[in-house]
Design a protein around this ligand. Structure first.
Ligand code: SRS
Ligand code: CA
Ligand code: ZN
Ligand code: ZN
Length: 495
């Protein structure tokens, strides 16, 4: 057989990489058949090799340069045959070729990560947002699966993923079909399941899922958790692996969902970001290397990450929102869900891009599903995750114009009144009548015996007002007008 009539580098690839059975299959035909058949057989070989290289991690290097023997063409061919329920013979028979040809018609290129792999995020708190959802799975389940898929990487690296309520997030997750606004239209059912962009600005980090697939939380279609975990590997800067045990292997496979990562996956993410305990040199404050000015290399993270368990931590504003509480401190926000240990956290602007720092006060009116956020003489209203565009003036409440900012605010569900605290005084606002109860403010110490300081933040919960005064929190029974307990403010964050 004259392999050298094939275009370079395929001639070399064929000579060096083909399993003997496959070569035999082609040789058999080429020995007996005429020139057109020989050319057809060579074309099939090219197609098969390209197909297996793309979708089954076939290494097209000469065997002496290959790292693993199991990445040989025969093994990859058997993987592919098993996937399609064909006889896993390792031979390029007509049935196998038929399957390979079918999905390739009109199938665009799979995003190539080889150039992009190795880039990394230069921060450790990475925000994500879920745009469009699939109708295959309930949205709350999608939320959970996406969160779990990110934490596959979060568990073995120092990265923290925070869900952003805004559309300005590092990793934008989206379900879409066919043409969807980037240069990589999806290909309908099967073929490519999803794609993701490596770390970077703009589309960098974004993960798109083909909504023509059947997405599932189980095993009958494509398991979203498995595919998302693979995609987020790309979002974090990982390329494909030729190791079939690896999550970053380029082809979907059902696998043990409790332990998705191979040792190789863990090592690769640790090379980029360090381990949970040990940071790589570009994060380390104590690096002794004379070659790096560590402060130039340290990303925003150390400046922004707040130690929630610092005993002196005080909050600027606290409010309930649904079954969670939001805690504001300077430009940072923690969101703690009532029933969960986990806290979401990050810069305020990751969650609410219109407001990036120094929320003075916040309260929520659950009956209206509204949250009010105060900053200096302005306030914003937030419904669900949407912050209304334009802020309004705090003087709309009837506060006198000398007041430049609030210290704290709390809505007492039982009375329908909102208390607005300013220094040693407070105003009481009737939410139903949308008017102040009194035209003048009253002294806090007179109406709330036991609370003799200006208030940093306040929240109403389970029939009590909780007054945060510096790093201390007072639980207050406003009917009996007495403090019932005192605790540390950050105990609310689980410290
Ligand atoms: S990516 N981020 N690496 C997406 C990757 C993926 O979709 N891989 C394809 C795949 O496994 N598809 C399964 C269904 C079709 C099987 C037919 C053969 N074949 C994510 C995944 C690793 C979780 C690769 C693939 C396999 C493929 C294909 C692509 C046929 C096109 C046509 C870009
Ligand atoms: Ca598809
Ligand atoms: Zn896309
Ligand atoms: Zn991939």
């Amino acid at each position: 057989m004259n392999y050298l009539s094939l275009p370079w580098p395929w001639a070399l690839v064929f000579v060096l990489s083909y399993s003997s059975r496959m070569v035999a299959a082609v040789e058999q035909s080429s020995d007996q058949e005429t020139e057109p058949h020989r050319r057809a057989a060579a074309r099939d070989l090219t197609l098969a090799t390209e197909y297996l290289r793309r979708y089954y991690g076939l290494q097209t290097e000469p065997s002496w340069r290959r790292k693993r023997s199991d990445s040989s063409l025969g093994n990859r061919l058997r993987d592919m045959q098993r996937f399609f329920g064909l006889n896993a013979t390792g031979s390029l028979d007509s049935e196998t070729l038929g399957v390979m040809k079918a999905p390739r018609c009109g199938v665009p290129d799979v995003l190539d990560y080889t150039d992009k792999s190795g880039s990394r995020w230069t921060k450790r708190i990475i925000s994500y947002n879920i745009g469009r959802y699939t109708s295959d799975i309930p949205p709350a389940t999608v939320d959970r699966l996406i969160d779990s898929a990110l934490n596959v990487w979060g568990r073995v690296s120092p990265l923290t993923f925070v869900r952003s309520l805004s559309r300005e997030a590092d990793i934008m997750v989206d379900f879409a079909a066919r043409e969807h606004g980037d240069s990589y239209p999806f290909d309908g059912p099967l073929g490519t399941l999803a794609h993701a962009f490596g770390p970077g600005e703009g589309t960098g980090g974004d993960a798109h899922f083909d909504d023509d697939e059947l997405w599932t939380a189980g095993s009958h279609g494509f398991n979203l958790y498995l595919v998302a975990a693979h995609e987020f590997g790309h979002s974090l800067g990982l390329g494909h692996s030729t190791n079939p045990e690896s999550l970053m292997y380029p082809t979907y496979k059902r696998q043990n969902q409790h332990n998705l990562l191979s040792r190789e996956d863990v090592v690769k993410i640790n090379i980029l970001y360090g381990t949970r305990g040990i940071l790589p040199y570009y994060y380390s404050k104590t690096s002794l290397s004379p070659y790096y000015n560590i402060w130039n290399l340290v990303p925003r993270y150390p400046l922004l990450m707040q130690d929630k368990c610092n005993p002196n931590l005080s909050f600027d504003a606290v409010t309930s929102v649904g079954d969670a509480n939001m805690f504001f401190k300077d430009s940072y926000l923690w969101i703690k869900y009532d029933q969960q240990c986990e806290t979401k956290e990050g810069p305020v602007r990751n969650f609410i891009p219109k407001i990036d720092s120094n929320i003075d006060a916040a309260y929520s009116v659950p009956q209206r599903s509204l949250v009010y956020l105060f900053k200096a003489s302005k306030f914003w209203t937030m419904k669900g995750s949407q912050v209304r565009k334009k802020p309004k003036s705090i003087y709309k409440f009837g506060i006198s114009k000398e007041v430049e900012r609030l210290d704290a605010a709390v809505h007492v569900n039982d009375t329908g009144h909102t208390l607005l605290f300013v220094k040693d005084m407070y105003w009481s606002y009737n939410e139903n009548r949308r008017a102040m109860v009194d035209s003048k403010p009253r002294y806090i110490s007179e109406d709330f015996p036991g609370i003799n300081a200006s208030i940093s933040a306040a929240v109403y919960k389970d029939g009590f007002i909780h007054f945060f005064v510096g790093p201390v929190v007072f639980k207050y029974n406003y009917v009996q007008k007495q403090v019932v307990s005192v605790g540390k403010a950050n105990s609310w964050l689980g410290c």
